[in-house]
Design a protein around this ligand. Structure first.
Ligand code: ARG
Length: 257
């Protein structure tokens, strides 16, 4: 995770962002600290990457890259406003003792667009990461990548509309995907939790699961009920200030697989 010490809404690179309104950094920090404490309180180890001045979106650590075992691929961002986050995170990864850290050559926004479900990655294109990045990830990690296409600009990253719950189980919002991708998901995950529009619109699917507890927006009440019914324990959080930049729980969290 990356502390939002420099968080702000200063530019608009997705429909959630309104630079004329900005953001309340003190509130963002308090909400972020609660998220971190919640993870730690449930026994999860959190490492904190220092944020950098002039990189107001750096708090969204999910976009920093991909970590599987002892291999890391750091991100390459779509927008000029976030480009410098790639090398900043790369330097941090390079100092952590991983066997190999490479920088993506193709446009790749890390776990924003790539989610590991069991033995495969699901990866999105449409707004950010490129189809070529899907192939690059497949080659580097030796893990098959299933490509999906996003079609609604409000849901510009895969992790805004698809959440991994546990071994082979996902929750997602079908209308955010092209017709063809909806079919791919329905075939792969016939028993998936299908979220409502209302829950998707508060980024309720932007959550993290440890296989039992599911950490996500407390505003996604129907989703909470759906998860409870499946035997998961929902842990509701309020990240309203970060939502102003188009992010929630998952965006703030890079998982170490
Ligand atoms: N303002 C950021 C952007 O548009 C938000 C990133 C959210 N991260 C995520 N994993 N969906 O790039």
């Amino acid at each position: 995770m990356c502390r939002p010490d420099h968080f702000d809404v200063r530019y608009a690179i997705n429909p959630w962002m309104d630079p004329t309104k900005g953001a309340d950094r003190a509130l963002a920090l308090a909400q972020w600290e609660t998220l971190r404490a919640t993870f730690e309180g449930h026994g999860h180890r959190v490492e904190v990457v220092p944020g950098e001045p002039d990189l107001p979106d750096m708090v969204f650590a999910a976009n920093s890259g991909l970590i599987v075992g002892d291999r890391v691929m750091s991100a390459r961002f779509t927008h000029a406003e976030r480009t410098a986050e790639g090398p900043a995170y790369h330097r941090w990864f390079a100092e952590r003792g991983f066997a190999e850290v490479v920088a993506a050559r193709e446009i790749n926004e890390g776990e924003g667009d790539f989610v590991l479900v069991g033995e495969r990655f699901l990866a999105a294109t449409g707004f950010r990461s490129s189809p070529a990045a899907h192939r690059e990830v497949e080659r580097y990690f030796g893990i098959p990548v299933v490509s999906l296409e996003l079609v609604d600009p409000r849901f510009y990253h895969l992790d805004t509309v698809l959440m991994v719950l546990g071994a082979g189980e996902i929750a997602y919002y079908p209308p955010a995907f092209s017709t063809e991708s909806q079919k791919v998901l329905a075939d792969l995950f016939p028993d998936a939790v299908r979220a409502s529009a209302a829950d998707a619109e508060v980024l309720g699917l932007n959550g993290v699961s440890d296989g039992y507890h599911v950490y996500f927006s407390g505003r996604a009440t129907k989703l909470a009920a759906q998860l409870t019914e499946r035997g998961y324990e929902p842990v509701g959080l309020d990240l309203s200030e970060l939502l102003k930049a188009g992010g929630s729980v998952k965006c703030c969290t890079l998982e170490v697989h």
